[in-house]
Design a protein around this ligand. Structure first.
Ligand code: PMP
Length: 377
């Protein structure tokens, strides 16, 4: 039996997503731009997915743009805003713990003359809204803050910051990388006060290669790709109908169960913490208010990658730090105050509602075996 505990890296596609994809490959394979019936059927698939995703975010369908994934959504949000609104206002404020697709895009924008101000957690490992507000000023064109950190599940104070920013500087564009919060943490676009929100299909039991960007009506973006008229000309290119339909189907399946899954996964996390608490030389990083979907632990004295591969042989799958960084530290855990020993040994456990008690028991047993078998580094 497989024990998949790496759902922040990606999730297993659900049946509805697979069925929708196959339907669009075998039957509705037309180009949505074609004017005949095959085209209209394909357009209907895209419209339907757009409606479902808009409903889940609490926005209008025309406020959803489809992309190839959240990496592209983040690129489009940041570069599109900078190009549109950053001619005179050159400052961008961002948390210091963003995903690489935000961090690296901003690194590029710095070479274009933008001044990037990173806000860090304080020494207690927490972010405070006022630390963002203190650095936003009239030269700021954009504030970008992720909803939930992908490496440790930390929930950033996005609502508080965006609300206050909008009150004092209504022209500032607010962007939220919502990837690790979408369909996991209840939120609506209006309460978040975000102008732009990035989401990804494969983190919510869809298929890889599709994402979306919520673009509030009235907020303009310069395109980063040029071509046809698709997605209002902001994201040209023939729509990936099978992937878009699968994204819609996954969201349709997941959205109604958000609260139940939240409760279930919260309980799962509590039970795992209780199971692991009695283990020696094991540190549990139970961050207050964090997403219930992520838990970091450290098997002190053992390299996380070694433990990960040890567990993999027992069909237990989890990540050492962030899956995106492939073993190289992104600096995010350090920013939260972790020391070298902790960073070196951090394992990220990330749940889905498909996880069961057996997965927790297998993990505890696997970790104990690792302590008996592996050499201290
Ligand atoms: N942002 C966050 C917070 C993520 O966790 C990820 C995926 N690791 C991305 C952006 C990128 O998403 P995608 O894989 O769809 O490009």
């Amino acid at each position: 039996m497989e024990h998949y505990l790496d759902n922040a890296a990606t999730t297993k596609p659900c049946e509805a997503a697979k069925r929708a994809m196959i339907r669009c490959v075998e039957e509705n394979y037309g180009n949505p731009s074609s004017l005949h019936r095959k085209g209209l059927d394909a357009q209907h698939e895209v419209d339907n997915a757009r409606r479902i995703i808009a409903k889940a975010l609490g926005c209008k369908p025309q406020e959803i743009l489809f992309t190839s994934g959240a990496t592209e959504s983040n690129n489009l949000a940041l570069r599109g805003t900078a190009a549109r609104y950053g001619k005179w206002r050159k400052k961008i404020v961002v948390s210091g713990v963003e995903h690489a697709s935000v961090k690296q895009t901003l690194r590029y924008l710095r070479t274009e003359g933008f001044d990037i101000t990173e806000v860090m957690p304080r020494t207690d490992g927490l972010f405070y809204a006022e630390d963002f507000l203190n650095v936003v000023d009239k030269n700021t064109c954009l504030v970008s803050i992720m909803l939930v950190n992908n490496e440790n599940g930390y929930r950033l104070p996005v609502e508080q910051v965006f609300r206050s920013v909008k009150r004092s500087f209504p022209d500032v564009i607010t962007h939220c990388d919502g990837v690790q919060g979408f369909l996991k943490i209840p939120f609506r676009v209006r309460t978040l006060q975000a102008d732009l929100i990035s989401i990804s299909g494969h983190k919510v039991h869809g298929i890889k290669g599709v994402g979306a960007l919520y673009q509030k009506q009235g907020v303009l973006l310069n395109p980063i790709l040029f071509g046809g008229h698709q997605e209002n000309g902001v994201r040209p290119g023939t729509e990936s109908v099978p992937l878009i339909a699968s994204f819609g189907a996954a969201v349709e399946t997941l959205f109604p169960t958000l609260d139940d899954r939240f409760a279930y996964v919260s309980d799962l996390k509590k039970r795992l913490i209780a199971l692991l608490q009695s283990m020696r030389e094991l540190e549990i990083q139970d961050i207050p208010g964090a997403s219930p979907y992520v838990l970091n632990i450290s098997l002190l004295g053992y390299r996380s990658e070694t433990v990960m591969h040890f567990l993999e042989k027992r069909d237990i799958f989890l990540s050492s730090g962030s899956a995106c960084s492939k073993g190289a530290s992104s600096g995010v855990l350090e920013a939260f105050g972790a020391n070298d020993v902790q960073v070196d040994s951090t394992l990220r456990i990330s749940f889905s509602s498909e996880n069961q008690e057996e997965d927790l028991l297998a993990l505890r047993q696997g970790l104990e075996e690792a302590q008996h078998t592996l050499l201290h580094k």
